[in-house]
Ligand binder design. Structure first.
Ligand code: SF4
Length: 411
């Protein structure tokens, strides 16, 4: 099979794995090596549908001995199969890098014959790239659950980021749809990689996972609870959410024509952001009575509307964490407010001059004791006022590879 055909098959098979954002590696160019990693380089390069595009994102192979119900590469599917050799991947990466097509490599794989054999092939590829081709650029590799510890450690030493996909938010759903996997098995390689780097006294390698959203009945509350637990354990840097796109028939899966829940995915990312940067607890964002995120509003605004007793807050007095809870005020705006507030008492005119976005925030703040939304007499009809401000979100976003209709959860 020609390399172009392999590339077409194996990049198509990898495209829906969204757990490929860059780690915070900062390694500059060095004499005799090729490439470097930059904090600001690849991590911001996403396609219109939120998927990372500046990496060469491929599977080593789409052959797989597992039969995960949701995955196009499952062993029971009759699809065209292909496999690279380690040398082919190393050459592709270096050639694409030299042509400025990519800034790094995202490498995953189906399971060929055994977990150990697959991990061994990925390790061989990384060794070639790093030691023979002198490739110093960014590499993200999927760890293979069930592979021997020494292989996982060796791969983690050569990669900038590693990940292992939980795929489904509960053990029950894993049993139903991916019986060869379990939560313990999926997280074991991440624990190994983390413990190893800590034993070496190094900063833990960047680690991430992916959850498929909408294939199974778990609520957003359950999903955020799991993500929060993973962040608390400091096991993961990022959890990625991937709207489920049906590609297989299965009795326990949504029907083939069910549209992917892209808006739900978007709201989960917003809620995740609130947990990671704004110190929201998952059980503040949602609870068992309100178990799904409001699709009409962004997650912070939806929280504010359910917690009106918290508002209005006085812009001249509130601390940083309180200011961050005001809808429309992000980290940059809050820093500006805190900085200028040290020198003078802020007025509404000051906020406008400072270009603080007040479209939503003004309903939730007072400035020197005066409510910023002057037309407001209370919170009646606030929800409909705010709804009128919302721009309609597209319910379908184009993918980069419209011609390829495959999905892979990968490991
Ligand atoms: S999700 Fe991964 S392990 Fe499961 S069938 Fe697909 S490639 Fe194989």
């Amino acid at each position: 099979m020609q390399i172009e055909e392999k590339l077409s098959i194996l990049s198509g098979s990898a495209k829906y794995d969204v757990s490929c954002s860059s780690s915070d590696s900062q390694r500059s160019e060095s004499f005799g090596s090729l490439g470097s990693t930059y904090k600001s380089g690849i991590c911001h390069a996403f396609s219109a549908d939120g998927r990372c595009i500046s990496l060469l994102k491929i599977l080593f192979t789409n052959q797989c001995i597992y039969d995960c119900a949701y995955c196009i590469n499952r062993s029971s599917n009759d699809i065209k199969r292909a496999a690279f050799t380690p040398k082919e991947i190393a050459e592709l990466t270096v050639n694409f890098y030299k042509r400025n097509y990519i800034e790094g490599l995202f490498l995953s794989s189906g399971i060929i014959s055994s977990e150990a054999h697959t991990m061994h092939l990925l390790l061989k590829t990384l060794k070639l790239l790093r030691h023979e081709y002198g490739f110093n650029g960014y590499i993200h590799v999927k760890l293979i659950p069930g592979a021997p510890e020494e292989l996982i450690v060796a791969v983690s030493k050569l990669a900038d980021r590693v990940s292992s996909n939980i795929e489904l938010p509960s053990e029950k759903s894993l049993v139903l749809l991916a019986p060869e996997k379990s939560r313990t098995k999926v997280f074991e390689p991440l624990e190994i990689a983390k413990n190893h780097s800590m034993e070496q006294g190094k900063t833990p390698i960047g680690m991430s996972t992916q959850m498929i959203i909408g294939a199974t009945p778990e609520s957003d509350f359950e999903i955020l609870r799991l993500s929060s637990a993973l962040y608390k354990k400091a096991l993961l840097k990022r959890v990625y959410y991937s709207a489920y796109i049906p590609v297989n028939n299965h009795i326990n899966l949504p029907a083939l024509l069910t549209p992917p829940p892209l808006l739900r995915e978007h709201r989960l990312y917003q809620a995740d952001w609130l947990m990671r940067f704004y110190h929201f607890r998952y059980d503040e964002i949602l609870d068992t009575q309100n178990a799904f995120l409001d699709e009409r509003f962004d997650s912070k605004l939806a929280w504010a509307l359910r917690n009106l007793h918290f508002f209005p807050i006085e812009i001249n007095r509130a601390d940083k964490e309180t200011l961050l809870r005001v809808p429309g005020l992000g980290i940059r705006s809050v820093h500006k407010i805190l900085y200028v507030r040290r020198q003078k008492r802020l007025s509404l005119r000051d906020l406008e001059n400072m270009k603080i976005p007040l479209k939503r925030a003004r309903y939730f703040i007072t400035v020197d004791g005066v409510i910023a939304a002057r037309e407001m007499r209370g919170y009646e009809r606030l929800e409909s006022r705010l709804l009128a401000l919302e721009k309609p979100l597209p319910h379908f976003q184009p993918t980069l590879f419209d011609q390829l209709q495959s999905i892979s959860g990968e490991i």
